[in-house]
Structure formats: structure tokens, C-alpha cells
Ligand binder design. Sequence first.
Ligand code: ATP
Ligand code: MG
Length: 234
Amino acid sequence: MEPLITMKNVSKVYETKAGPIHALRGVDLTVNEGEFVAIVGPSGSGKSTLINVITGIDTPTDGEIVVGGQRLNDMNQDDIATWRSKNVGVVFQFFQLLPTLTVHDNVIVPMQYANTHRGERGERALAMLRLVGAEHVADQYPAQISGGDRQRAAIARALVNDPVALVGDEPTGNLDPESAEKIIQLFEELVDAGKTIVLVTHDRALAGRLPRVEEVRGGSLVAEEDIDERLLVR
Ligand SMILES: Nc1ncnc2c1ncn2[C@@H]1O[C@H](COP(=O)(O)OP(=O)(O)OP(=O)(O)O)[C@@H](O)[C@H]1O
Ligand SMILES: [Mg+2]
């Protein structure tokens, strides 16, 4: 298996009025093609920061990040945005749907960056919404729909360009157990078909069923033998 995501000695320091906050401290992480990895850890431990730096949404203070052969450190924000739209689907912790666009149009946006043929965009967006069970809210605006439907819409948007990797920050956190199960099964099918998925979760049952779990504690990754088993149900 080839490494798809490599983090070498990555640190992230947020400078605040109250002083520096060390959100990540020298993180080394390799995720191979086709892996399905859960990231667990307490609130404030650095999980979202880790997701944000591997997707190029945030830049590390120190260290190197290579994703799919691209060294993100060398790229500017525009290039990273274009690269991300084609290669990495992201489901954000708070969805980040565009409020002025319908759900259908939100799912179309990434295809505009990827130069998908105009005539294909509408149907493909609908097909993705159907796949995640959000077809019924296609013509509504994000503010009009439930948290669960926003989450489904965000997942459809993340998958619509058929990225090699899907990175999610609590992508099932707002779904009822039955809907969450459907989405996890979809993710498992995607992994079986060759995709790589990294997701942050507080769901102990979900973490416990994934083949690989990494725990972030105080900005560092915990060694496998030290992972807090209370964070998972096996
Ligand atoms: N933009 C920012 N500016 C300043 N501090 C930040 C910023 N983003 C995150 N932090 C701080 O960095 C640390 C790690 O935050 P992060 O959001 O990565 O945690 P998390 O593990 O995702 O938490 P949660 O489970 O609550 O989502 C926290 O102390 C947080 O307050
Ligand atoms: Mg977070």
C-alpha cells in the first residue's frame, strides 16, 4: 500500500491575546491508500486542527504535509483550493454549506472547480443527494432543513467529484442512529472500492468498528498501546 497522507513533525500554534495555543505538537502520521481511520480524543485536543492541516484548509506552523504526492507546504491557497476540490472531499464539523444556494446548487459548486461538463452537473448532484438520502431537500436552502439533512448535503458535496480521499469532522454527529448507520455503510462501500477515509468521531461504537483508530491528546498522537479503550466499543 502506498502512503496517501503523510504528516512529518507537524505543529500548529495559534497566537491569541491570551498567549500561544499549541493545537498540534510534532504530529507524525501516515495514512495509506484504502485505509479507513477514526480520529478520536477529547474536546480541544486538536482533532479539527489535524483535519484542517491535512486538507490544506489551515497551514501548519511547522512540519511537512504530503497528500497524494503533493507537498502542501509549497502551494498557495488558490492552488490548494483547486487541488482539494479534485482530490479530497471534506465534511466540516459545522457543514459550511453556502446559505444563499439551494442544497442542489451547494452540491454543484465543487464541480465548477473541477471543470465537470456543465450538462452533467445537475444530474450528478441529484444522484449524490439520492445516494446519501437527501434528495427530498434538493430545492431547499440550508437554513430551512434539519441538522441531519445539512449533514447529508455536506457529505454529498464532499463526494460529488469522486475524490480519492474523504475527510470528515464528525460526519455522522448530527444523524439519528439509523441514518448514521446508512452513511457508515456507504463509507465502508467506498473504502471497499478503494477510497481512503479519515474521520473524526466521538461515537465510540463507530470508532470501535473501524480498522484503525488514532487518538489525539493535547495535540499529540497517542501510541497504539496507550489508546484510551473507553473511547471505543469493540
Ligand atoms: N482559530 C483558532 N484560534 C485560536 N485557537 C484555536 C483556533 N482553532 C482551534 N483553537 C484551539 O486549538 C485547540 C485544538 O482545537 P481543535 O478545534 O482542533 O480541537 P478538537 O479536538 O477538534 O475539539 P472538539 O472535539 O471540541 O471539536 C483548542 O485549544 C482550541 O481552543
Ligand atoms: Mg473539532
